[in-house]
Design a protein around this ligand. Structure first.
Ligand SMILES: [Cu+2]
Length: 96
């Protein structure tokens, strides 16, 4: 099981990656392990779009990636910090 320190570091890495992109429509690419079919993608999309501040989420099962678009004016750090929980709730795991 991952430590909270690890989760926090991951969130910081995601936010750091897009630090220069503090505009509306910022997109985070989240790599996910465990997706095998369209149902996995739908579950993940539903979990991610339920996060406050997420405008949309497009999931590619083939690439194992969820493209998360953060809403205009949303707190990107808060969104990033909730992504792993959404992935876990969908029965999947964040890729290392
Ligand atoms: Cu599936």
């Amino acid at each position: 099981m991952r430590s909270m320190v690890s989760l926090f570091t991951r969130a910081l890495m995601i936010v750091g990656f897009m630090a220069g992109l503090a505009h509306a429509g910022t997109t985070l690419d989240v790599k996910v392990d465990g997706m095998s079919c369209a149902a996995c993608a739908v579950k993940l999309k539903n979990q991610v779009t339920a996060i406050s501040g997420v405008e949309s989420c497009d999931v590619s099962v083939e690439q194992g990636v969820a493209k998360v678009t953060v809403a205009d004016g949303a707190d990107v750090l808060a969104v990033a910090g909730k992504l792993e929980g959404a992935v876990t709730a969908a029965g999947l795991t964040l890729a290392e």
